[in-house]
Design a protein. Structure first.
Length: 124
């Protein structure tokens, strides 16, 4: 009996709906992969630099603003920026405004130049 209960729990966990953190992480990963095929190297470096913070703020928006499961599912299945834009359109106006306010702050950081190398780390 105990084996069946364990198998049922494992099956439910594996077959469950994606959560905010997983979906957002996958969506940001898709955004980076798309960037690698369409952007110059320095732009890709900026996208990769902000990816952890973008993942964090989008996950927080998803949780705080209670994004609907279809939106989360859409993000989890995204493979391009166009896909992610389509998911964004499924948010309510308030959710979208909240998400854009959060991501705008991260994108401002992306536009800043890379921090200079630490003193003493440059070649002589």
């Amino acid at each position: 009996m105990r084996v069946w209960i364990c198998l049922a729990v494992v099956a439910a966990a594996c077959g469950g709906k994606p959560d905010c953190k997983t979906a957002i992480s996958d969506g940001v990963g898709a955004m980076i992969e798309h960037a690698r095929t369409t952007m110059p190297a320095n732009a890709i470096a900026n996208v990769e630099r902000i990816a952890p913070e973008m993942t964090r703020v989008l996950t927080q928006a998803c949780v705080d603003d209670h994004w609907a499961q279809p939106v989360i599912d859409c993000i989890a299945k995204s493979h391009s920026q166009a896909d992610l834009n389509a998911c964004d359109k499924q948010l309510t106006k308030d959710q979208r405004d909240s998400e854009h306010k959060r991501t705008d702050e991260v994108l401002k950081f992306a536009m800043m130049p890379h921090p200079p190398a630490a003193a003493g780390s440059a070649a002589p």
